[in-house]
Design a protein around this ligand. Sequence first.
Ligand SMILES: [Zn+2]
Ligand SMILES: [Zn+2]
Length: 176
Amino acid sequence: MQINVSHIPEDGLNLHFDKDGEWFRNVLTEEEKTELSLQRADVICFVKKLKETIFIEGNIETIITTTCSRCLEVTGFPIKSSFRYSLIPVERQLKEEQELSSEDLEYSYYENDLIDLDAMLFEQIMLQIPMRVLCRETCKGLCPRCGKDLNTTSCDCRTEFIDARLAVLKKLKKEE
Ligand SMILES: [Zn+2]
Ligand SMILES: [Zn+2]
């Protein structure tokens, strides 16, 4: 969705909309497409204009579908994020950068009177996805040796592995 700056009324603009997963697919890279998908996103936001500066405040809620980093099962990861943006026209960018000191508000930019809300929503979603998504905190993952899913089955490799470690520990104990 794009917002035309000249269409923002004096007392602001309230937006509430759903976005389907297709939108999200279209902005993902080929590699990301194999890892992530999204069913539906619920967005609420308020857009306010103060001269040329646009303030956007909102919330996005969605569920990302991805694979568990440990067991590779498909899992849903809920995302709930509040965001806030201040935007100025890109033409003012250079001028402002000279005037603003580093502790000043960080601005984003818009071009040709258009604000790309989709890009912001995409950024917000991506920021919320952790490096490692787990199907559950206690996921046991796959056996590094035989590849069996240790959540649903067990294998002997693990006990062998633990036994081997215990043996080393016992040996160390004795040597002490
Ligand atoms: Zn898992
Ligand atoms: Zn195993």
